[in-house]
Design a protein around this ligand. Structure first.
Ligand SMILES: [Zn+2]
Ligand SMILES: [Zn+2]
Length: 383
């Protein structure tokens, strides 16, 4: 890639008489003969505009032999005595004939800052990482559930109150159950023929599975099965080399001239293309299995007796007799009714699990109840 170099010339403004646009080759103002100095912005040269794409100067190249020689004479220095600008290769001030001294100020030869790097032609779409997903999910959780979370915290706050047992109630039920033949249905592969065994004094029974019959195919569920492939395409973009483009930079000669270096560099363009792949397609199909009838045994309720009482009446079981293959199943339920004062009279119910626990409570007993903000009883202890 060949480099093309050329010299361009800046202009300056005379701060003594106000003349504008004096070519850099003139170290004295052509109107008032005042020498160009470092002060008064006389040595801040204007080089005109540049092409936004290439950075190439819009100025004409310098062709004049003498001007080209000046451009290559090195950076200007300023006489310590009279302030006039002088060619870098001249040791004597052209204005006052004084010698160049070590403390004489000078301009510098340097690279100009280049063009800013070109912006990517298409910004890549923001990737949805797990982090942004978490933020989105978390945000909506907070949005939808924030108030219920606050409610949950509020509801779980508890308060203690002084209360009193107003009544104690119990209810007991005895069920007489008989091991009875029944016909049920089930999946063939889950049934294994087994002989039943009758209970002795209500225990040791085996339900059994006998006489499996009447099997028929029936839908048991569904499953997904591969059903060919599908071509899935999406349009994507990529950067590709697409010829060359001119890029220019300049080097300030420190004397009102610049060297411009232009070269052709690879140009990149964004190109869209189809990104395709094969994806397996699935379909749902029913799953069938054999469904059969069979004989077995189940406990069936034959009779029940119920009894209940309150306060001073101790709990007792109702009388019920059972045959040799029967069993008796018992259920008990206990309730302690407590009244306490909040901003008015409140009632709550404690449900002991066992008789022993129930007998620990008496009507008229003083208790401390712990209740949460929804009124649910959390704890009760005698006082
Ligand atoms: Zn002037
Ligand atoms: Zn001088």
């Amino acid at each position: 890639m060949a480099k093309r170099t050329r010299i361009i010339e800046g202009t300056w403004n005379c701060s003594s008489c106000g003349k504008k646009g004096i070519l850099a080759r003139y170290k004295k103002c052509p109107d008032c003969n005042n020498p160009r100095e470092l002060t008064g912005e006389e040595s801040e040269f204007d080089f005109g505009g540049t092409d936004a794409k290439t950075g190439k100067s819009l100025r004409e190249s310098v062709a004049d032999e003498k001007a080209l020689e000046m451009a290559n004479a090195g950076a200007d220095w300023f006489c310590a005595y009279c302030g006039a600008s002088n060619r870098g290769d001249q040791p004597i001030c052209k204005n006052c004939k004084a010698e160049r001294t070590d403390d004489a100020k000078a301009l510098r030869e340097e690279e100009d800052p280049g063009l800013p790097p070109p912006k990517p032609q298409q910004a890549p779409p923001p990737k949805r990482t797990w982090r942004t997903v978490a933020m989105v999910v978390g945000g909506s959780l907070l949005f939808c559930c924030g108030s219920s979370l606050i409610y949950g915290v509020w509801a779980s706050w508890t308060h203690d109150y002084a209360g009193q047992v107003v009544s104690a109630e119990w209810k007991r039920t005895v069920f007489q159950e008989r091991f009875t033949p029944v016909t049920l249905e089930g999946w063939r592969d889950e049934l294994r023929t087994q002989a039943p065994r009758m209970p002795v004094n209500g225990t040791g029974e085996v339900a059994g599975v006998e006489n499996i019959r009447g099997c028929a195919s029936r839908q048991r569920g569904t499953r997904k099965v591969p059903d060919g492939t599908e071509r899935v395409c999406s349009t994507k973009t990529r950067r590709v080399a697409c010829g060359t483009e001119e890029k220019c930079r300049t080097r300030n000669k420190g004397n009102g001239f610049k060297e411009e270096i232009c070269e052709d560099v690879t140009k990149y363009c964004s190109e869209s293309y189809e990104d395709c792949r094969n994806e397996t397609r699935y379909r749902t199909e029913p799953v069938y299995a054999q469904h059969c009838s069979y004989d077995t045994y189940q406990w069936k309720e034959l009779d029940r007796r119920e009894d209940s009482g309150r306060d001073e009446q101790p709990p007792r079981w109702p009388e019920l007799s059972a045959g040799p293959t029967d069993r008796l199943r018992r259920e008990e339920k206990y309730s302690i009714h407590i009244q306490y004062e909040d901003d008015g009279p409140r009632k709550t119910v404690l449900e002991p699990k066992t008789e022993q626990e129930y007998l620990g409570w008496k009507k008229g007993q003083q208790v401390t109840v712990t209740v949460d903000n929804t009124g649910e009883l959390k704890n009760a202890v005698p006082r």
